[in-house]
Design a protein around this ligand. Structure first.
Ligand code: NAP
Length: 237
């Protein structure tokens, strides 16, 4: 299948690399191809420039968000949460319509500052979440693109764990799904199974994405406590 991975960071690259090894045709979407290829410094998340990575992954194509989305049968959103709606508008509603969009984003709000001490991770203050509680980024996407089938998944773990769950605890941990669309959940479940996921819990409709998006502070606290991102959640029942 031709899959568009929207986002050039660690998450986008992890999915693109894994999907090509699984035999998919993959295009990574970015705002401005020339500007992205011209970068020579790591981004604010510490992710190195993409040009050398593309050389090491010749099966992955880089394109603008719209071109990447236009040719795809399935989409993965791996853009910064505060910019996801802008990125998807740049991709174009017509190019997203009728397709499943797996949304891995966390709605980190780096804009709002608070005048009280915030927990830090790797020396960086943890961002607030926005929206939180009564709404979710996944629902915002679904409202903005009603003809797209949004599935929230994979946002509760690090990029490398998303695409290779068996690298952790022999794969005996849980990925959570939320969507209003049964067929999109099934398509996502099938893809996750090819990644190696065995414990896939369907939480229900897209309002349940509020719960998984709100797990971000727990993810950061665990990462801080353990000193690494090589961890996942297990729902024991
Ligand atoms: N890193 C992880 O392990 C991890 C784990 C769980 C969830 N997540 C979530 O997954 C998503 C991707 O994370 P990441 O660390 O791979 O990358 P990221 O740095 O959060 O996002 C990079 C992508 O966001 C795009 N972007 C940034 N600002 C934009 C704007 N103003 N308009 C349009 N697009 C914009 C960038 O476009 P350009 O390509 O044009 O620069 C790039 O493609 C995020 O929502 C993150 O919270 C990350």
């Amino acid at each position: 299948m031709h899959i568009a991975v929207l986002g050039t960071g660690a998450v986008g690259r992890a999915h693109a690399a894994r999907l090509t090894t699984l035999g998919h045709q993959v295009t990574i979407g970015t705002r401005d191809v020339e500007a992205t290829l011209a970068r020579t410094e790591p981004d604010t998340m510490g992710t190195p420039p993409i040009q050398p990575w593309l050389t090491q992954h010749p099966g992955v194509r880089l394109a603008g968000f719209a071109t990447a989305a236009a040719g795809a049968g399935l989409l993965i959103n791996a853009t910064a949460g505060h910019a996801t709606l802008d990125a998807l508008h740049a991709a174009g509603a017509d190019h997203l319509a009728g397709k499943t969009l797996i949304d891995t984003a966390v709605p980190n709000d780096f804009m709002t500052s608070v005048d009280r001490p915030m927990p830090t991770l790797w020396g960086i203050p943890a961002p607030l979440l926005d929206p939180v509680g009564g709404d979710s980024l996944a629902e915002q996407i679904q409202r903005a693109f009603p003809e797209t089938r949004v599935v929230k998944a994979l946002n509760t773990m690090a990029a490398h764990v998303m695409v290779e769950p068996t690298a952790l605890a022999d794969g005996d941990h849980t990925v959570l799904l939320s969507s209003d669309h049964a067929d999109a959940k099934q398509q996502t479940t099938d893809l996750l199974a090819t990644y190696g996921w065995r414990d896939i819990v369907d939480l229900g409709d897209l309002t349940t994405a509020r719960a998984t998006e709100m797990l971000q502070p727990l993810y950061l606290a665990l990462t801080r406590a353990l000193g690494h991102e090589h961890h996942g959640l297990k729902v024991v029942r």
